[in-house]
Every structure is written in structure tokens, then in C-alpha cells.
Design a protein around this ligand. Structure first.
Ligand SMILES: *Cc1c(COP(=O)(O)O)cnc(C)c1O
Length: 360
């Protein structure tokens, strides 16, 4: 076992999460979302271990190229489409699929001199108001794509939810109703659901679902609600490190930068080799749970670049070298995210280069 900050990636858990998604959405294709280094889990590693996925989704053309260079031959969808006209020949040569969400993209696509037509997913803005063509523009866009020589004829239609993690929010049903109304006449394949919608809104599954977070075994619902997803999810990443020092602290003494935490009691403090330089969130508050020797102990004092400090209690029997879990199998990353006032997505993809990656 490594004794410095290490992320263990559990491939069996990944496959089991994939199968859980398949149970929730049995008759749909799965576009596994691998952007941002597969949410910090390693792009190629995750792609190679999802042999049954129908396609992969990434956010940047460089991520797609990395997949091809890594020997991945499955369809790859650029979830934000292309950014410049130079991207189009790269898309054509590598057989990437692109989303089209704007006038600018359509104009560039129509003028492009590519040799082979490419696969396009037309994104409609049904209410999130981030990317997508407006409901008013949709029919015109669709017609133009159909008549564009650079586009393959199986144009897929898609949209994205803004609030699918919150079952109480009626934006989601409005988005679905609008999407259905706009696309009722076409027989093209459709896609809407991210992880939260896969859990909460089966009526949004259509022909393609797009799970990201769930694949990695993290509930997309934990951050907002007490509800949990009906799928069996097993955390894929466990982040651990070890205790590198233990010291006695008297009541009234402070620990760490800014003397921001002062002990109310005599106690033992452990210094753990993990910090924001590894991707542990600097804003984790006092009391953030840390798992040591089968019990939760509180983070105390500020998170440094390379270390955190935790309060073991006066009678602790822990030792230097003991294993410390920061999040993963026994401590959900959602709990850490909540304590750091962020979301699990951010914690996972913020794991830095110096964290060792182990597979199990
Ligand atoms: C990131 C992304 C997803 C996956 O979202 P999760 O909440 O992680 O499941 C799905 N669709 C699009 C367009 C995305 O950008």
C-alpha cells in the first residue's frame, strides 16, 4: 500500500455501476460521459473498462483525440460541439460526432470543405438557457442540417436539464414537455437525461442516456436532497493517505495557518499527508469528516497545500503511518463536498497530478 496521497480506482465498481444504470434504463443506449479526465478517474482507464458503452462523451476535442490515441474506437461525442472551423477536418478524420448548438457553428459547418459528412446532435435549449438553439429557431436549424452536405442524415436531437436533481422543481417537466412538443414529428433518436434524470425522470430516457457522475458511483442527488438514487452505486474512487505526525496539544493552543483553530481541550492532533495541492478542498470546514481506524474524526484548522490536521481525541491510540480515508468506499465524497460548500463533481475532477493512481 502506498503511504502518500493515493486514489484507488475500483474497476469492478465501475462495471457494477454501469450495470445498475442499464437496469434503470434498460432499453436505451448509454453514452458514458468521460470529460475532465473521466471525472478525475483517468480517461483511458475508464474508457477501456466500459466495453459495453454505446458511445463516449467528452467536452474538448483534445479529450476525444486522447481517446483515439489510446486505442478507443467507439463513437465519441463532443458535448459542446466544435469551437473553431479547424476542428471540423479533425472531427471528420477521427470520426467524432459533434453537437451543434449555435448559429455560428451551423454557418461554419455549412461552409466547411470536409471530405466526409459528420454525425451531428442538435441541441435544443428547452429552458436551462446555457447552450442550445431556441425553440423558435429549432425547425429552421433542423431543416438546414438535413440539407447540409457535410452532415450525415441520422441527426440526433438532444437537450440538457438544469434542475433534474430536484424532484420538486417543476422546470424539469416543463423542459420535457417542450422537448416532446418540438420533436414529436421526427423519428430521429433523442437524448436528454444526465445522471439525476436517469434516477428521477424515466420519461426522459428516450434512445440515449448520458450518465456521468453515477458511473463513478456517486449519487447525483446527495447534494440537494435526502432522496437517494434507486440504483445500487459503488464509489469507484477511494482517496487515502496516511498520518505523518501526531502531537499533543493543550487546551488554548492553536493549530495551523492563521491560528484559525484553537483547541478547547487537551488532545492529540494528527497531521495527514494530503492538502489542496492534491485536490483536497481548501474550504473544507472545521469538523469535515476524516476516517481513521474505523472512526470519523474531525478536520481542525486550515487545509494547507500538503497537509491537513485532525483532532484524534486525548485518548487516541493511532500511530504515525496509519491509513486515512479522505473519501470513497467508507466515507462518501458528497459528505466532504457538503462540508466544503461545493459538489462532488468538483472534488473528483480536482484531483491533481501528484496523487498516485492505483487500480484495484
Ligand atoms: C457532463 C454532462 C453530462 C453528465 O452529467 P452527470 O450529471 O455527471 O450525469 C450529461 N450531458 C451533458 C451534455 C454533459 O455535459
Amino acid at each position: 500500500m502506498q503511504r502518500t496521497a493515493t486514489a484507488v480506482i475500483d474497476i469492478k465498481a465501475l462495471v457494477s455501476n454501469y450495470n445498475s444504470i442499464k437496469l434503470l434504463a434498460p432499453n436505451t443506449n448509454i453514452l458514458a460521459v468521460l470529460k475532465a479526465n473521466a471525472y478525475g478517474h483517468g480517461l483511458i482507464r475508464i474508457a477501456k473498462n466500459l466495453p459495453e458503452a454505446d458511445a463516449f462523451g467528452v467536452a474538448r476535442i483534445d479529450e476525444a483525440l486522447e481517446l483515439r490515441a489510446g486505442g478507443i474506437t467507439k463513437p465519441i461525442v463532443l458535448l459542446e460541439g466544435f469551437f473553431t472551423e479547424e476542428d471540423l477536418p479533425i472531427i471528420a478524420v477521427n470520426n467524432f460526432e459533434t453537437i451543434i448548438h449555435s448559429k455560428e457553428q451551423l454557418t461554419v459547418l455549412e461552409k466547411s470543405q470536409i471530405d466526409t459528412p459528420i454525425s451531428v446532435w442538435l441541441k435544443i435549449d428547452t429552458g436551462m438557457h446555457r447552450l442550445g438553439v431556441s425553440p423558435e429557431e429549432f425547425k429552421q436549424f433542423y431543416q438546414q442540417l438535413i440539407s447540409c452536405e457535410n452532415v450525415k442524415k441520422n441527426i440526433r436531437l438532444m437537450s440538457h436539464f438544469g434542475c433534474a436533481d430536484d424532484v420538486e422543481n417543476n422546470n424539469t417537466s416543463k423542459q420535457i414537455a417542450l422537448f416532446n412538443e418540438l420533436t414529436v414529428d421526427t423519428l430521429q433518436e433523442k437524448s436528454f437525461a444526465n445522471s439525476a434524470a436517469i434516477c428521477n425522470f424515466p420519461e426522459s430516457h428516450y434512445q440515449w442516456v448520458r450518465p456521468g457522475l453515477m458511473l463513478y458511483g456517486v449519487s447525483p442527488l446527495d447534494n440537494n436532497l435526502t432522496l437517494s438514487c434507486n440504483a445500487k452505486l459503488d464509489p469507484v474512487m477511494t482517496l487515502y493517505s496516511s498520518i505523518i505526525a501526531i502531537r499533543d496539544i493543550n487546551a488554548g493552543e492553536s493549530v495551523g495557518y492563521g491560528a484559525a483553530w484553537v483547541s478547547k481541550h487537551d488532545t492529540k492532533i494528527a497531521v495527514v499527508a494530503i492538502g489542496y495541492g492534491d485536490g483536497y478542498p481548501r474550504h473544507a470546514s472545521n469538523g469535515t469528516p476524516v476516517l481513521i481506524n474505523n472512526r470519523i474524526v474531525p478536520l481542525v484548522g486550515r487545509v494547507s497545500m500538503d497537509m491537513i490536521t485532525v483532532d484524534l481525541g486525548k485518548n487516541a491510540t493511532d500511530n504515525v503511518g496509519d491509513y486515512v480515508e479522505l473519501w470513497g468506499k467508507n466515507l462518501s465524497v458528497s459528505r466532504i463536498a457538503k462540508a466544503a460548500n461545493t459538489i462532488s463533481y468538483e472534488l473528483l475532477c480536482n484531483i491533481t497530478r501528484r496523487v498516485k493512481i492505483d487500480e484495484s
